[in-house]
Design a protein around this ligand. Structure first.
Ligand SMILES: [Zn+2]
Length: 162
């Protein structure tokens, strides 16, 4: 079942929605497999009908299975949208589609969740990557730098002596 809001129920009072949306229903159509969504989206939303608009506010959380771009470790990432807000117009050119008095919130959830997807997932903010690669890089650069400076000075010394 998609996440539907019945406008008739909204006429008298605001609605509170609290539940889970199966990830298949969210239909994220992810192209790369750096982050996978397998668990359901959890939502706590409040929906109010304003003048010609629906105001949707609340929190969304979606657990993701990500692969760290630096060390390739797989880890769980909690995608959270706190105080998520959408205004959905019920009139005019940008009018939200209404079917049998119901508005489907699913496409709006999908849109904003995709925007929050981590582009470069890291297992920890200061992940140092694969230890082998790091070690090699340090050994290669440090001696090079320390060798250059004395040789420059010794060239100067030679000039002074002349
Ligand atoms: Zn990592």
């Amino acid at each position: 079942m998609p996440l539907l809001v019945n406008l008739r129920h909204l006429e008298e009072h605001e609605l509170r929605l609290d539940g889970e949306l199966p990830v298949a229903e969210l239909d994220l159509q992810l192209k790369d497999d750096m982050c996978l969504a397998k668990k359901p989206l959890h939502y706590t939303l409040e929906v109010q009908e304003m003048e010609n608009e629906l105001l949707v506010q609340g929190n969304l959380t979606l657990p993701l299975q990500c692969e760290c771009v630096r060390c390739l470790k797989s880890f769980e990432y909690m995608l959270e949208l706190e105080h998520w807000t959408r205004l959905l117009p019920l009139e005019g050119e940008e009018k939200t589609p209404v079917d049998n008095d119901c508005v489907d919130l699913t496409p709006y959830l999908r849109e904003d969740i995709l925007l929050e997807f981590p582009q470069h997932p890291l297992c920890e903010t200061d992940c140092r990557g694969l230890p082998v690669k790091e070690g090699k890089a340090k050994k290669a650069t440090k001696p090079g730098v320390s060798n250059q400076e004395p040789s420059a000075w010794s060239e100067l010394d030679k000039l002074k002596l002349k």
